[in-house]
Design a binder for this molecule. Structure first.
Ligand code: LFR
Length: 488
């Protein structure tokens, strides 16, 4: 079979790209057409996504694809939980707001008082996090209800871009499952919950599974960009689920870490787990492709390093990630530990200073240099993964032979090795571009070129070159894990 091509558009919290994905019936290729920054914009006291610029950049990518021949489809994935509201004519009522915006402060507690922590978790199966769509909507309702009152449709970010491209208003299931508004077992919107909170259920669009065609590129966009028609495809719109689709696992039971701005640690299951124990550990269920579920913990991830790097740039010191890793590898490991999920590390700002404060408060050696800071972050993340692993094992009653570490973090040999050491399991690193592969695979599934996820994963495993990190220094890491649990 000759190679077919699609455009995989992947928006991350700090950058986006349009990639060309190819499949020749046996293996995949991906190449970058266009990459651009995704810088949120603070206006007044609100932090917005620059959604029109993001759409503009997607169009630039489409234009660049003209040099590569026929393109069969286009699919978009993004981070979770954020959304846009449309009026009856399909116009955006407000600019989408960033999940790190302060408008949700205190909203979760308020909402939980109204609906109860246990029933909410029972119904949605989602980890309770202030950033979740439900709490954002409650903030809109309380502070600035007009757009909500006029809203005819709520579209989550990938669905919004998909709508810009095709005009179809749908809710793809993987992204719907990040909202804390979906009945996880039924795969339907939790209308009763919405109504009990005074949120109008009528704005929710029908939930569709990922890997389906939703329409074709609007004629006016074809004309504007000078491109022929192409299918618009709903992939697993949630980037984490696109990435999961691309885990090159040959084992049935495995652990994974989708390691980017966030670190998502979990496993894949045929059905959600919503139990007293999963509630206690605050583990989330998310819907994936082909009716699969990810059972995972949301851990803060490389955000700590990305944001520290921005701080050092503000101080006039510009280092690449590779350079920071080299510095970290030269320092003495396991001297100081932080709880990476402590609330003070979530907002943007001077992370290295907050790490120093954390270490002073917990009477540990205070990391001074950039290398010591990055080393402290990496080892603390590895130990947070270890804790998540213990909790997931306890909930599923399963043992796992391997951890697949996918996404940008797979480039960090130090983090992969530390994770293997902390968890006592081999870490298979790669693909770095998991999200793009998963997006591409879902499109070829929708186009009928692949007969399902298993076939797609096998083809991918044959395409890829992965690196394995074997665990070592186990005693030292077990001792560190004890210390880590004490500081929590
Ligand atoms: C990762 C991710 C996480 C989600 C967080 C916020 O990019 O999608 O899965 O919890 O971003 O939306």
């Amino acid at each position: 079979m000759s190679e077919k091509q699609v455009l995989a558009v992947d928006y991350g919290a700090s950058s986006g790209r349009v990639m060309l994905g190819g499949f020749d019936g046996a293996s995949f290729t991906i190449s970058e057409l266009h990459r651009f920054p995704n810088d949120p914009v603070k206006l007044g006291d609100t932090m917005f996504w620059d959604v029109l610029r993001l759409f503009f950049e997607m169009k630039q990518g489409i234009v660049k694809s003209k040099a590569y021949g026929e393109i069969s489809g286009i699919g978009v994935d993004t981070w979770g939980v954020d959304f846009g509201l449309l009026d009856r004519e399909g116009r955006l009522l407000d600019n989408p707001v960033h999940y790190r915006d302060g408008r949700t402060d205190g909203m979760m507690e308020k909402t939980l008082k109204m609906v109860g922590r246990d029933p909410l978790y029972e119904l949605t199966g989602n980890q309770l996090m202030e950033i979740n769509t439900l709490f954002q909507l409650m903030a809109v309702k309380e502070r600035r209800p007009e757009p909500l009152e006029r809203a005819d449709a709520l579209l989550l970010m990938p669905d919004l871009f998909q709508y810009f491209l095709s005009g179809a208003k749908i809710s793809e299931k993987s992204i719907a499952s990040t909202t804390q508004m979906m009945d996880m077992r039924q795969g339907k919107w939790a209308f009763g919950l919405l109504e009990s909170l005074g949120l109008q259920a009528g704005m929710m669009c029908d939930i569709l599974p990922g890997a389906v065609r939703t329409g074709s590129l609007r004629p006016e966009i074809q004309k504007e960009l000078g491109v022929p028609a192409m299918e618009v495809i709903a992939v697993a719109g949630h980037d984490t689920q696109s990435a999961m689709a691309a885990i090159p696992a040959r084992e049935e039971d495995f652990l994974f870490i989708s390691c980017g701005t966030w670190g998502l640690f979990g496993t894949e299951l045929p059905e959600p787990v919503i139990s007293g124990m999963s509630k206690k550990f605050n583990i989330t269920n998310e819907a994936g492709l082909e009716g699969k579920y990810a059972f995972l913990k949301n851990i803060i991830g490389l955000w700590l390093i990305q944001e520290s790097r921005r701080q050092w740039i503000r101080e006039g010191k510009e280092y690449g990630f590779g350079e920071l890793e080299t510095k970290a590898a030269c320092t003495e490991p396991l001297k100081s530990l932080i709880n990476p999920d402590a609330p003070e590390f979530v907002p943007s700002g001077d992370i290295p200073e907050r790490i120093r404060q954390f270490c002073r408060k917990t009477r540990q050696p205070v990391p001074q240099s950039e290398g010591e800071t990055v080393c402290c972050i990496d080892q603390s993340l590895a130990l947070a993964y270890r804790k998540a692993m213990d909790e997931i094992r306890a909930c599923t009653g399963k043992q796992y032979p391997v951890i697949h570490l996918i996404g940008g973090g797979a480039q960090s040999g130090l983090l992969c090795q530390m994770t293997a050491n902390a968890c006592g399991l081999p870490v298979v690193a790669g693909p770095v571009e998991a999200t793009v592969y998963g997006n591409t695979m879902a499109q070829f599934m929708a186009l009928g070129e692949l007969n399902g996820l298993t076939q797609a994963r096998c083809a991918l495993a044959d395409t890829l070159h992965t690196v394995v990190y074997e665990p070592c220094d186990r005693e030292i890491w077990e001792e560190a894990y004890e210390r880590y649990r004490e500081i929590l």
